[in-house]
Design a protein around this ligand. Structure first.
Ligand SMILES: [Cu+2]
Ligand SMILES: [Zn+2]
Length: 175
């Protein structure tokens, strides 16, 4: 009698655990970074990262920029504390690649190219990326997004010569 109750409980618990694990695994994961101004700028904004199958959708809305192109990267440290954003370290590069543009198969994982501000200083970006991930050592979670003063030339090593850092935000999972 006691044995059958025990095995019934064991089976029930296993089914429950399996159900919990399965529902977590199948949920689409989303993260966001809220930008704070750096280097005396007025740049603000939000970036969302949504995992869709094997790709990552990246949507950014940023304001307070000078018109034109601004380097837009994920940097290796989730630390925006320095007034000039230098605490975020270099470009996120877990696979030791060269700096390049977002469409290059060999690039820093964090190389998202440029974001372009209009005459009013607003920039909108909506891209799908095949390299960014939330999994393992290449996960962008806990890293930071940096927006630069100048355009990323997609060539100069290892920074793209994008100048100072005008905004910084840490990437965190959201529901
Ligand atoms: Cu950068
Ligand atoms: Zn880079």
């Amino acid at each position: 009698m006691l044995n059958s109750i025990r095995s019934y409980l064991t089976i029930s618990l296993s089914v429950l655990l399996f159900a919990i694990l399965f529902s977590c695994g199948s949920k689409s994961q989303k993260a966001e970074a809220i930008l704070e101004p750096k280097s005396g700028s007025n740049v603000k904004g939000k970036i969302t990262f949504t995992k869709e199958g094997n790709t990552m959708k990246v949507v950014a809305d940023i304001e307070g920029l000078t018109p034109g192109d601004h380097g837009f990267h994920i940097h290796e440290k989730g630390d925006c504390s320095a007034p000039d954003g230098s605490s975020a370290g270099g470009h996120f590069n877990p696979k030791s690649m060269m700096h390049a543009g977002p469409d290059s198969p060999e690039r820093h994982e964090g190389d998202l190219g440029n974001i372009t501000a209009d005459a009013s200083g607003k920039a909108h970006l909506d891209i799908t990326d095949s390299i960014l991930t939330f999994d393992g050592e290449s996960s962008i979670l806990g890293k930071s997004v940096i927006v630069h003063e100048k355009a990323d030339d997609l060539t100069t090593q290892p920074t793209g010569n994008a100048g100072g850092r005008v905004a910084c935000g840490i990437i965190n999972l959201v529901n």
